[in-house]
Write a protein that binds this ligand. Structure first.
Ligand SMILES: Cc1cc2nc3c(=O)[nH]c(=O)nc-3n(C[C@H](O)[C@H](O)[C@H](O)COP(=O)(O)OP(=O)(O)OC[C@H]3O[C@@H](n4cnc5c(N)ncnc54)[C@H](O)[C@@H]3O)c2cc1C
Length: 504
């Protein structure tokens, strides 16, 4: 059985790991296509500044959803060996780079396990530009001219890069994609970041920890920082079942109203205050006031955010999928930017650092951005709330829009759409079958994992590692049931570049 994985980030690691753990009865040939030099970390977990923390607690960052403590146990192992003396294996939030090491090592051991069973994992250091169905197989074509036939292809393309909303790419001083965060920036020069979401916060923290002396400005339309993560409360199984039942059985047209009513009543039963909900979702409170207020609530059992997340987590996927398409579209248009600050919160340690910087004036957060233009003599003018601000260096952390045809993921999806192999989803990514993650289109054997499936599998789940790992297992089960091994006439003409980058 030949399996191609397009993209070599965390999703690819969960997939190879799930495949290796399934102990396949037949020989598998896995080919991973990834243009980046290092396989495993993908975009979020590269060799970043030490300061960049993972946004989720370490106990929810495993590549195995049935073993959520796998990362934690790995941390204890490496700390015990003395390999990384600075690592505190019990810290709730761990550095991103360390998670990158975990991913690389889990990939290496999964590849070794497949090899022990007679399989292979090869790496091709190139982007895939097209996938063509030929004689019941799928042929991948890369930017370097490599062609290879497969029985199954899983696209793990990650999130789109930040949108260039104001058309500034190529202008001196404009950093279109700030990851990795290790790029040197002049410490004495003011820095403006477009956006106030998690990526913008990552940039601010990296700069502050690096001793950046000039002001850092985060500027966005709503000026809302991510909420501060609370300790989740335990949900009574009866309450969880009531919600799950409603999500499963309410007719789609009434689902949104019913679920909102149930969530409201659960929040009220936990003592959540409507004023706190309104304040958390409203624009206008000062950034320092908001962060200080939320930092004071991280352990509060009656904080609505501490209740909402564990309530929604088990039902989020099915709820999203059962909502009518127009409700999903309207939700994304009207509520998503504000709700995303709650569903994707920042660690309290990050919030504490921001608060100190907001109070001593080294960090500012501005709302009401309406325009950004390049100045004739260099630099930029950012118009926010009717005032013009000058910026020399502008880092782009705007929310991602659909995949840009200029990036390799967008290019590939464009080719697939042209030939009817995939259909763009109005809520993000491409249409997939909810049960199997198979891409809905003319080719069988083509799958999407991670953000690319977020139109049908709500992104908060599609992008969370435990959610991705559960889906990876479904794909593995599916391809093992439906695999059609056999030598294709095309197999002999393949010229795969072996990268040998499955290092520990
Ligand atoms: C900046 C950022 C921070 C995040 N932080 C967190 C966090 O703290 N906690 C958390 O749980 N989740 C976080 N996430 C969510 C994240 O999406 C998942 O945790 C997970 O890393 C997704 O892995 P992936 O493999 O799907 O995507 P990625 O890691 O982005 O990997 C996708 C890979 O596909 C490759 N690729 C794209 N197109 C092609 C092509 N045509 N051919 C070949 N290769 C291609 C890219 O080069 C890339 O390496 C973050 C996401 C981002 C973008």
């Amino acid at each position: 059985m030949r399996l191609a994985i397009i993209g070599g980030g965390a999703s690819a690691v969960t997939l190879v790991d799930a495949l290796a753990r399934s102990a396949p009865k037949e020989k598998v040939r896995v080919s991973i296509f990834e243009p980046r030099a290092v396989l495993g970390p993908g975009r979020p977990y590269q060799e970043d500044a030490d300061s960049a923390l993972i946004n989720r607690p370490a106990d929810a960052m495993s590549i195995r959803h049935a073993d959520p403590l796998d990362f934690r146990n790995w941390l204890r192992e490496v700390a015990g060996s003395g390999e990384f003396p600075s690592v505190d294996p019990e810290a709730r939030f761990q550095p991103r780079w360390l998670f990158g090491v975990y991913l690389r090592r889990r990939l290496a051991s999964a590849a070794a396990r497949l090899a022990a069973g007679g399989g292979t994992v090869d790496v091709c250091a190139a982007a895939v530009e097209d996938v063509i169905p030929v004689d019941g197989q799928l042929l991948t074509l890369t930017s370097t001219g490599v062609t290879q036939p497969h029985d199954h292809v899983v696209m793990c393309l990650g999130t789109p890069r930040p949108a260039d909303i104001y058309g500034l790419s190529g202008r001196p001083g404009f950093v279109a994609d700030p990851y990795p965060l290790t790029e040197p920036l002049p410490t004495g020069e003011p820095v403006t970041v477009l956006g106030s979401n998690l990526s913008a916060v990552d940039i601010a923290v990296a700069l502050l920890r690096r001793g950046h002396t000039a002001p850092i400005r985060l500027m966005s339309r709503n000026g809302l920082l991510p909420s501060v993560r609370c300790r989740p409360v335990a949900i009574d199984p009866v309450e969880a079942d009531r919600l799950a039942e409603a999500v499963r059985h309410t007719p789609p047209a009434a689902l949104w109203t019913t679920v909102r009513r149930l969530l409201r009543s659960s929040l009220a039963a936990h003592g959540a205050s409507p004023d706190e909900i309104a304040l958390d979702l409203a624009v206008g409170e000062s950034a320092a006031g908001r962060v200080a207020r939320q930092l004071g609530r991280t352990d509060a059992a009656d904080c609505w955010r501490a209740v909402l997340l564990p309530l929604l987590d088990p039902v989020g996927e099915l709820l999203w999928q059962r909502l009518p398409l127009h409700t999903r579209e309207s939700f994304l248009r009207r509520h998503n930017t504000r709700i995303a600050t709650v569903l994707n919160p920042m660690p309290p340690a990050t919030a504490a650092l921001l608060l100190e910087a907001l109070r001593n004036g080294s960090l500012e957060v501005h709302s009401g951005v309406t325009a950004v233009t390049a100045r004739p003599g260099g630099g930029f003018t950012v118009t926010a709330a009717g005032q013009e601000h000058r910026a020399g260096v502008l880092l782009n952390a705007a929310r991602a829009t659909p995949y840009d045809p200029e990036e390799s993921a967008g290019w590939l999806l464009g080719r697939l759409a042209e030939r009817g192999l995939a259909r763009p989803h109005p809520c993000g990514g491409v249409y997939v079958d909810f049960t199997t993650n198979q891409v809905l289109g003319r080719a069988s054997g083509l799958y999407a994992l991670g953000h690319l499936a977020s139109g049908d599998i709500y992104y908060a789940n599609a992008g969370s590692l435990l959610g991705i790992s559960a889906r990876a297992e479904r794909i593995v089960a599916r391809i093992q049931r439906g695999s059609t091994p056999g030598t294709s006439p095309l197999a002999t003409s393949s010229t795969l570049t072996i990268g040998g980058r499955l290092d520990g």
